[in-house]
Design a protein. Sequence first.
Length: 248
Amino acid sequence: MKKLLLILALGASLMAEALTLSGSVISDNQKMITSRFMGFVTNVNVSEGEKVKRGQILYTIDSREIDSAKRQAELSLQMYENQYTNVKLNLERYKRLLEKDMVSKYEVENLELAAKNLQDMISIAKARLQEVENQYKYLNIKAPNDGVVVAKNIKVGEMAMPGMPAIILSDLSNLKISAEIAESNMPRIHHGKKVIVEIPSLGIKEIGKITAIIPNSNPMTHTFKIKVSFKTHSKSIYPGMYATITIN
């Protein structure tokens, strides 16, 4: 009987044993900032590790290409407006001459059609000019949210290319813990399970919740990645910090 109780007690002890995983702090909202247009970088206003606010200008590119497109759009608009003014003057004159039977109705109708076509061209030219002017706001690349600059891949004088990451920004308001768990321990976890999160360097210990279980197994280590969300009032936590997850 004593042996049976001992075996049961040992089994209960093993079942209650906690599993501790090593992990690191990550930002679940990391953005790669790129420019919409190609151009030379004229200013870089941030450095790696710097905290930025939403709407803050990160860097700027020059406006020479847009300036050229704007001048062309303005010239086109001016040309169509001048042509319309001349056609309108001729149309008024031809209408007076038509009343005196000095010109044909056909000529007047042709001028009316020309005036209408030019009005359409003016509307198109104005829209094009507005479109070009709107592009100026994309020369100042701004932070889409509060965060910290974790990488900066541009310098003044370099060419900014659309689609090429210039700055990587991590959102510090949406931090999680990432860790790997052996497939043999997978039965111990599930979405929404509460765990203990610790960041030893800061002495932080909080209750977290498993929010993601990545099903792609690592073929070399046979582990799965999990992500744990947690709440804290500390402003000293940064992506990359060492953390642990304890699963009871």
